[in-house]
Design a protein around this ligand. Structure first.
Ligand SMILES: [Fe+2]
Length: 319
């Protein structure tokens, strides 16, 4: 039985990383049960800073799931290509170590890694699902000496600094998200027809409000395909402009991984991307738990098959 070690919340320190995004949390061991007061401080810091970095958290899969579940129910992952049924359904395995071939390293030419390379596009986890993820927690089990960083930007800060006219133009709009669309920008045929049928395009509110603190952000990323009610080209331009406004280099929080870091981020208002590394030479083994969102952000949650949808379907997206 795990001893009930208690960490007085006064021992926890929270240090902002950038003025508008991120904080480092110290003074807590997440492998042990966390008392309510400490948990409340962490949860408040999450709502305030959107990205939390915990160093030196040597977590097992079970410990990571237990801490993650303090925030709410976890979502089950879709099976990544080649990674089927290896781990608990609440865990995502992001790794270039091949379990089927003596743990050899998989380089970027491997089809499974091609699929993972989609994580190098700015995105927010699970925005292609009818109930998008609230948060993700990523544990660095093995990290490369160079590269493989994770970068974050705040869509909340970006919304707050938009010109008034743009804000008026996007308020109340709905965006259609699809992982078939985002992966089609990388390569064809990454999904088989069974996967494709299970991943219909979904509708997401373009502007979202955090129910805990009323802070507003827009909600875009690589899965965001087009904005309903606008001509397709215009909606693509607007999505590209919003992305460029959000990801200006001076606004990027880069996390350089050390082993046993745990990083948690708010998928409702943060975009992230993984950076490349020499995958044929160095292992990078990460485990992700994902908190389920509270519900759909738009009703109805699924996009209908429209003339527009048929007209713009990119090559490689089977619908
Ligand atoms: Fe991700």
């Amino acid at each position: 039985m795990v001893p009930q070690t208690r960490y007085p919340s006064a021992m926890v320190t929270i240090t902002p990383l950038l003025p508008h995004l991120g904080a480092r949390v110290e003074g807590v061991d997440l492998s042990r049960p966390v008392d309510d007061a400490t948990f409340r401080r962490i949860a408040d810091a999450f709502e305030e800073h959107s990205v939390l970095v915990f160093h030196g958290q040597r977590l097992t899969d079970e410990e990571q799931m237990r801490f993650s579940e303090r925030f709410g129910p976890l979502e089950a992952t879709i099976n990544s290509i080649g990674q089927e049924r290896r781990l608990h359904p609440n865990l995502v395995d992001l790794s270039n170590v091949d379990p089927d071939h003596d743990e050899k390293l998989m380089g970027w030419s491997d089809r499974r890694m091609l699929y993972q390379s989609g994580n190098q596009l700015w995105h927010t986890d699970s925005s292609f699902k009818p109930v998008p993820a609230k948060a993700s927690l990523l544990s660095g089990r093995e990290v490369p000496p160079v590269g493989g960083e994770t970068e974050f930007v705040s869509m909340r800060h970006a919304y707050a600094t938009l010109p008034e006219g743009t804000r008026r133009n996007i308020d109340g709009r709905v965006t259609v998200h699809s992982i078939l669309y985002s992966r089609s920008t990388i390569a064809k045929g990454l999904f088989d027809p069974e996967h494709e049928r299970a991943l219909p395009p979904v509708r997401q509110a373009l502007v979202r409000v955090n129910p805990a603190n009323g802070r507003t952000s827009f909600y875009i990323g690589s899965h965001a395909w087009y904005i309903e009610g606008l001509p397709y080209d215009e909606s693509r331009r607007l999505l590209d402009d919003l992305l460029a406004h959000t990801t200006r280099s001076e606004l990027v929080l880069q996390h350089r991984w050390t082993q046993w870091d745990l990083v948690m981020w708010d998928n409702r208002c943060v975009l992230h991307r993984g950076r490349p590394w020499d995958a044929a030479k160095h292992a990078r083994v990460m485990r992700r738990t994902t908190l389920a969102g509270d519900g759909p952000t738009a009703e109805p949650p699924f996009a209908t098959r429209t003339e527009l949808w048929d007209g713009i379907v990119p090559e490689g997206v089977g619908v």
